[in-house]
Design a binder for this molecule. Sequence first.
Ligand code: GRF
Length: 192
Amino acid sequence: MLKKIAIFASGTGTNFVALQQAIQTRPIAAEIALLVCDNAEAPVIKKAQADQIPVLVINFHDYANKAAAEAIILSALQRHEIAAILLAGYMRIIGPTLLTAYPHKIINIHPALLPKFPGRHGIEDAFAAGVSETGVTIHFIDAGIDTGQIIGQRQVPVKQADTVASLAARIHETEHQFYPDVLQSLINEGAI
Ligand code: GRF
């Protein structure tokens, strides 16, 4: 039985594509059954449509509050029988509606070695701090910002000649391998 996964993304969607390609080429018992996107202009939408993956575009400004918007998302997740959610560049904090419905089933990827450099600028902040090593963290989501239980981390060296752009490229390359690896392990272990 394939586990039905939803990806939540707000932007470019390179992790979305990496996950979809991995699912098509590796023995990962999963199917991306829904993309949830909070930005109608996001390039990730066309990437999902190209693979005939259903897309829910949700404009949070159309709703009175986060709970009302997440209730719409939740009904789509239930309709598509989604077992777990992978955040891939989703620029919103998940609220109690979804956290309660999917306890320990919402996962995020962060471009730094948490608990160091949480927040929106993990790559830039690590670079500015002058660390010799940074990396990628995959973790369960809780009510905080980048605070949930860590599932795994992968180190990425910072080289002498690096710019933020070259470091970012190395981190993204790592993400594109690491996220499918973790998805595969979680499914094999029965964690999701
Ligand atoms: C990634 O760097 C991820 O770690 C962060 O957001 C970025 C998303 O990039 N949470 P993309 O949209 O998958 O290209």
